[in-house]
Design a protein around this ligand. Structure first.
Ligand code: GAP
Length: 453
């Protein structure tokens, strides 16, 4: 495998420089592990989410959508097991006053110099480990009283289980079928870091797929294959992706089998998405806690059962980080170094940039006309400021796959040059055909040029 030039520092710097991601609350000195998504970050994130919705809803007929509340009845979290079990073991150091995850001491640094792992020097004075719940707590209503405590959801999944009955009644669905949701989740993580890889506020894309109990194993296999295909189709290099089955001692309280889709980030192989067999744990728990029947009944045969659940659960922010890392590249053009994001065109924040070669001779006017036509069909950007080479570089850095240049010939024969970000090939295209050409290219299969480098 050729060495990759990407590092996490380069990604963080590009994201800030080009307006993908900013540290949050910067004017107040920042808030650890909190980020704001800028213009290109929003466009990229939307493209990731749209591709997920497309794979779930448009390309299948056994999945329906949901957007449930972030704050749910507090009994939800008793039933789900989060109130009792969604904890990390914590230790405090009485000397340096820092707090660490007891099970990750080898990844942590103590607060004194020279820095060592907590517990490694005689000065370290660690407390016994105690459980710390990761859910953010708040209150509903103006008075903080008994019964007013609620939680920001730590996963979107539970909102789906709470709506299972609605979907059985109103959507008239029959297993196998799934309910998909994208939304924010919140976890008071103790160990954050690595940019947007692990934050306290993040977005999840989760599918709960309800199946007859006897079919859970084969549907688990189905979703492992489907989800791997999705990541590869959107350009992640297959040699940077792997499926890893959890050992028994890693499994969450609800899972009988989980495999993670892992990506080779600059920090090493790490989880992108978890694909779990949750069995009937959630529906049974919510049925017990709510007193409602949460089961499938076949009205023709009278057969009834509690469906089992297969859950592919991915993080949007982590997905975006993986796509950025996989796309980041540097090369030389005419002796100058260029930074380029070789993003899949479907994910690229801007699909096409329209650039007049010079800011005179009617070129800006024609370019503006071409831009107005293109932006009705794809996310386009108009840029007339600075030397043409610098404008190409700006677009390369945000991953724009194509640039349309209007030159003196364009005014004579209404053709333009279409430049390809990766091959740098330039072809002449009639203005009247541009929309079709770009749409055609967007529909073509794509593979990362980094695979051939
Ligand atoms: N409903 C199952 C569930 O939430 P999870 O493995 O805890 O499973 C699913 O989360 C995905 O959500 C992870 O694979 C990861 O991509 C993302 N995720 C989880 N915690 C995160 C965090 N603190 N910051 C960013 N993404 C996170």
């Amino acid at each position: 495998m050729p060495t990759d030039v990407v590092t996490m520092d380069k990604i963080v710097s590009l994201c800030k420089r080009r307006g993908f991601v900013f540290p949050s609350s910067e004017i107040y000195g920042g808030l650890g592990s909190s980020y704001d998504y800028g213009h290109y970050g929003v466009l990229l994130k939307n493209n990731v989410k749209n591709q997920w919705w497309k794979a779930m809803l448009q390309e299948r007929d056994d999945v329906v959508a949901l957007d449930s509340a972030i704050i749910q009845h507090p009994r939800t979290w008793e039933a789900s097991g989060h109130l009792a079990g969604f904890t990390d073991p914590l230790v405090d150091c009485r000397t340096c006053k820092l707090r660490f995850r007891a099970d990750k001491l080898e990844d942590a640094q103590c607060g004194r110099k020279p820095s060592k792992h907590p517990g490694e020097t005689p000065d370290c004075d660690l407390t016994e480990a105690r459980d710390f719940n990761l859910m953010f707590e708040t209150t509903v209503g103006p008075v903080k009283e008994e019964g007013s405590t609620v939680y920001l959801r730590p996963e979107t999944a539970q909102g789906i289980f709470l709506n299972f009955k609605n979907y059985m009644q109103f959507a008239r669905k029959k297993p196998p079928f799934g309910i998909a949701q994208i939304g924010k989740s919140f976890r008071n993580e103790i160990t954050t870091g690595n940019f947007i890889f692990r934050t306290r506020e993040f977005e999840q894309m989760e599918l709960e797929f309800f199946v007859p109990p006897g079919d859970a194993g084969s549907w688990h296999q189905h979703w492992l294959a489907e989800r791997m295909k999705w990541w590869v189709a959107l350009g992640l290099r297959p040699d940077h992706l792997q499926l890893r089955a959890h050992d028994a001692d890693e499994l969450s309280h609800y899972s009988s089998a989980t495999s993670d889709v892992e990506y080779l980030f600059p920090i090493g192989w790490s989880e992108l998405e978890g694909i779990a067999n949750r069995g009937d744990f959630d529906l049974t728990q919510h049925a017990n806690f709510s007193g409602q029947k949460l089961e499938y009944v076949d009205t023709a045969t009278g057969e009834r059962y509690v469906p089992h659940v297969i859950e592919p659960a991915a993080g949007v922010d982590r997905a975006m980080l993986a796509f950025l890392v996989d796309a980041y590249d540097e090369d030389q053009i005419e002796g100058e170094q260029r930074t380029v994001l070789r993003l899949h065109p479907l994910l690229a924040p801007v699909k096409v940039a329209v650039l007049p070669l010079v800011r005179k001779d009617g070129q800006p006017e024609l370019a503006a006309e071409v831009y107005r036509e293109l932006r009705d069909h794809v996310q386009a950007e108009y840029d007339e400021g600075g030397a043409i080479g610098r404008r190409y570089r700006r677009q390369d850095e945000i991953g724009t796959p194509w640039a349309v240049t209007i030159d003196h010939q364009s005014l004579e024969d209404r053709t333009v040059t279409l430049r390809d970000r990766d091959s740098l090939a330039q072809v002449r295209v009639a203005i009247g055909e541009l929309v079709d050409v770009i749409r055609g290219r967007l529909g073509e299969p794509w593979r990362s040029p980094k695979l051939d480098s």
